[in-house]
Write a protein that binds this ligand. Sequence first.
Ligand code: CTP
Length: 414
Amino acid sequence: MDPDRPTALLRGKRFVLGVTGSIAAFKAVGLLRTLKSHGASVSVVMTNSATKFVTPLTFEVLSGEPVTTDLFQAHEEMKHLTVPDGAHAVIVAPATANVLAKAAVGLADDVLSTMLLTTRCPLIVAPAMDGGMWEHPTVVEHVRTLRSRGVVVLDPEVGPLASGQIAQGRLAAESRIIDAVQNALALQADWLGQRVLVSAGPTQEAIDPVRFISNRSSGKMGYAIAEAARDRGAKVVLVTGPTALTPPSGVEVVPVVSAHEMADALSRHFDWATVVIMAAAVADFRPKDRADHKLKKSGRTAFSLELETAPDILSMLSARRTTQILVGFAAETERLIAHATAKLTAKGLDMIVGNDVTKEGAGFGSDDNAAVILTRSGGQKEFAVMPKRRLADAILTEVLGVGSVGQPSSIATE
Ligand code: CTP
């Protein structure tokens, strides 16, 4: 734990601590005591196998609260099946490969996994498992799924395991778990009061009623930003081109198709917004004429399409901004920094998120992304490949660092 970090973040907070059947279950006792010593209240939920390692009585005495272990016992008082309304975070430590799998696929066959399906507050998971399991493709996949949903999954540590092997599988040190909890709490409300306008996905520019010009954007980055901003307390409007993604709850979603429609929707919400994040891949050109009927190939051996420019939405918004912070994206295939810097200046942005879409495991369609964030004041920060949701959080944290969020932008007066 960072010794200088105020533990005030933990004081008065309410946590649910899930303990599962790993030899490291005894370490959850120490974690509980530390949380309590910082003034938090903790209710413990144990899986059946966890009770083979540590008795519920130990947690009951130390937490001063009844421990829930049994789904059917919990059924009698239905409230124990769901995370209490006032809970600030759910911590699962140690988490077995089994509970990771259940959480990833939504199985609810015991009290802890049932409760995880009702978790709406931050969820911090500290896995512990025997050698080799952490690297198993199934576990890797489940961890990836959970992280992509915003769950904080701590990497276990390398060291001697119960089996005698030396491998990555030891429960993260208590200080790392406490730090992760504090980070989650700090993030929880740092966008409170902000009104965020996010664009996502591709646009489609019609050629005729059945054909269009579009691009490979999946919308995942923009949706991840919208969800992260919502989770951190912001009000969010998401203007989205056509995607295969599920609309996020708790966010106003405005579906659009073309660049013109996207420009209209963003313009309508612009005065309301304090921050605008343009993650959409907007068409630069559109067919000059849209045929009313399906174009026929009969008799043609070649076909050319005349294109005209589509509105440059960011430049348009930048020209009429008052106090809004403007963040753009630059998806590039070469000379990333040079192109991103040029766009930052040309479009009058506060920040631009540049990404090399040719990078393996990142970019269009992928669940992961890497980026370089450039700011108007000359800042430059690189972010290695990580789940889009984590990158979304990193971007939001950087936006707050731009300063003057919600204040008149100095650019507006330049
Ligand atoms: N953008 C926009 N309107 C457009 C095109 C792009 O608002 N018609 C926004 C994108 O949402 C992104 C930023 O501008 O945030 C940069 O988009 P990009 O397509 O990389 O840049 P372009 O200006 O289109 O430049 P080029 O196509 O030459 O790379």
